[in-house]
Design a protein around this ligand. Structure first.
Ligand code: ADP
Length: 302
């Protein structure tokens, strides 16, 4: 089976001596929408830049849809579209010219129909003839996304595409990314907004200190490591402290309520406790597990 991205024993040490990646193994399947999360300095951009062939790896293998970046670098490049975290645009050209030049670089001479669609979908149509210098930060970010997509890559990698971008564009961008994904593009993204990854990605890898510390389906990660916040309001008649609280729960400081965390697995003791005390319980609030908490737990632990 051909994988969209296959990374085996990937390592990277920069000349400065910083070891940015240590023995990374990661396989992303055709058609996935995959998120890579990690604190600053975890190695996410290094990994992405190696796949995009803008940073040289120190060891290991990387292939894109079966094309090894060492043996078939050109084919691998054609299959990948990527938005780097740092925006670098050619300041002497207009938005449309940049997209045309980029298409030409990939051997696509008659690409105007697709360029027009990208301009439209990314809200750039009215800026198409402006010099890229004149664009606002958010517009520049849109242009990097249009550039990444100009040659219709099978694999799209977005490195922090929503950094510094207003809410409206973030929303529009994710709607577009979902559509691209639905029509067959494999998407890998990194984002600081962990709730975005939770909403979008079917599978998530969490990186820390140059290693992958977890790689799971988002739902499974939440079930295995997530916990739900619980707040149980006691009736006035109940008064006093509850003595037989299940693990993870405690009396609230204000009294009159029980608060704490409920594991997404093993909530039976909690339900049994509720059943034992049903006449003393007035109300119940449970907040869903959040990927952000799983992220903090895993990155702190490692
Ligand atoms: P992330 O994208 O997760 O924030 P990076 O891949 O940018 O992480 O960085 C991983 C590590 O590599 C960090 O310690 C960073 O300082 C270092 N690093 C990144 N780029 C370079 C570079 N060009 N030269 C030297 N060190 C670098």
């Amino acid at each position: 089976m051909i994988h969209a991205l296959e990374i085996q024993h990937l390592t990277k040490s920069y000349d400065s001596g910083v070891k940015a990646l240590t023995d990374i193994n990661l396989t992303i399947e055709d058609g996935e929408l995959f998120a890579i999360l990690g604190p600053n300095g975890a190695g996410k951009s290094t990994l992405i830049n190696i796949a995009a062939q803008v940073v040289r790896k120190s060891g290991g293998r990387v292939s894109i849809f079966g094309c090894d970046i060492d043996r078939q670098p050109q084919q691998a490049k054609m299959l990948l579209g990527y938005t780097p975290q740092d925006i670098a645009l050619d300041m002497f050209f207009s938005v449309r010219e940049i997209l045309r030049n980029h298409s030409g670089y990939y051997g696509l001479r008659h690409n105007d129909a697709w360029i027009n669609e990208l301009l439209e979908r990314l809200g750039l149509a009215e800026h198409a003839d402006k010099n890229s210098r004149e664009l606002s930060g958010g517009m520049k970010r849109r242009l990097t996304v249009a550039k990444a997509l100009a040659h219709k890559p099978k694999l799209l990698i977005l490195d922090e595409p929503t950094a510094g971008v207003d809410v409206e564009l973030r929303h529009a961008l994710w709607v577009f990314v979902r559509e691209l994904h639905a029509t067959g593009t494999t998407v890998i993204l990194t984002t600081h907004y962990i709730e975005e990854a939770q909403d979008l990605a079917g599978r998530v890898a969490i990186m820390n200190h140059g290693r992958v510390v977890a790689c799971e389906e988002t739902e499974k990660l939440l079930a295995d490591f997530g916990s739900r916040q619980v707040r149980v309001k006691l009736t006035e008649a109940a008064g006093g402290a509850m003595v037989d609280l299940p693990e993870g729960l405690r009396m609230g400081e204000q009294g009159g309520e029980v608060i704490g965390e409920l594991s997404t697995k093993g909530s039976r003791p909690f339900f049994e406790w509720m059943a034992r005390h049903s006449e003393r319980i007035e109300d119940l609030q449970i907040e869903e597990a959040r990927l952000e908490d799983v992220f903090l737990q895993l990155t702190r632990a490692s």
